[in-house]
Design a binder for this molecule. Structure first.
Ligand code: ATP
Length: 255
């Protein structure tokens, strides 16, 4: 069981987006539910609008039509954190100081933030690298710092834009395992963008496929919380094959 179950999710209704100067909508008629504690992955071809939707969900950009609401306990303002595709660390600051940054921006002193920063570093396997600088870290380690920085505020909603795209397969598997464990422990609502069917099936509770700016199909992924041996399982291979066929438009219920 997770230590914390966050009470917030996201509901998008009738969301559309047209960028200034463009003659077509990048997103149309998006109705999306991200319930509290869900892990939703957005899949789809390049240019179908995944990052645009993620930025709208992160409230970094406004929809042209429709609305996006954060759901949750009335007394609590839900908090979200975005992990971008590039780790975007400050090169002149140590790992500790990079992870401390969101708390610094909220006015917390370093002393008061110390426990939260160390907890986040431990959760991402960085407890021994607190004093290192970004230039001393591998790509996988830098991404861990970026995730630790997003987790340090213990967000209700974690939004991740292809965070592992630039990593080799072994590192990606390791980070997928760690992300699953972190998710089970903290249970934020997660929206994760990827091009990898394998990653989507391994991580998610729901896969949402976009095509030409619309939701094409959604698929619940019912593997439960313990996915340690999932990669060796036949049902994992079966769901991966189904998702690939659906993306190719080659799936029927009798496939
Ligand atoms: N700031 C912007 N201004 C104008 N057009 C934009 C802007 N951002 C994205 N677009 C356009 O919107 C469309 C969708 O882009 P988006 O990055 O959301 O797709 P994506 O599915 O995330 O693609 P990829 O998988 O390649 O990252 C593209 O045609 C892109 O050129």
């Amino acid at each position: 069981m997770p230590d914390t179950i966050h009470g917030a999710g996201i509901v998008a209704r009738g969301v559309g987006k047209r960028y200034a100067g463009r003659s077509v909508d990048t997103l149309s008629d998006i109705d999306l539910d991200v319930p509290a504690g869900a892990f939703v992955t957005l899949l789809g071809p390049s240019g179908c609008g995944k990052s645009t939707l993620l930025r709208l969900l992160a409230r970094l950009n406004r929809p042209t039509r429709g609305r996006i609401d954060y759901t949750g306990r009335a007394e609590h303002v839900p908090d979200c954190a975005l992990v971008p595709q590039e780790p975007t660390l400050l090169p002149w600051k140590s790992v500790f100081d990079n992870v401390y940054l969101p708390l610094k921006l909220r006015g917390q002193s370093k002393g008061a933030a110390r426990d939260a920063v160390f907890e986040s570093l431990c959760a991402t396997g960085l407890q021994d690298r607190a004093d290192a600088y970004p230039r001393e870290l591998s790509g996988g380690m830098k991404m861990r710092v970026s995730i630790a920085r997003a987790l340090v505020t213990d967000p209700d909603v974690l939004l991740m834009d292809e965070p592992f795209a630039a990593l080799d397969e072994l590192t990606r598997h390791r980070l997928n395992d760690d992300l699953r464990a972190l998710y089970e422990r903290r249970r934020p609502a997660v929206v994760f963008v990827t091009h990898s069917v394998e990653e989507a099936v391994f991580l998610s509770t729901t896969i949402v496929a976009l095509r030409d700016g619309r939701i094409d199909w959604q698929l619940p992924v019912d593997f439960g919380p313990d996915r340690t041996d999932l990669r060796e399982r036949k049902d994992y291979a079966r769901v991966r094959a189904e998702v690939s066929a659906r993306l190719r438009g080659a799936w029927t219920d009798r496939s």
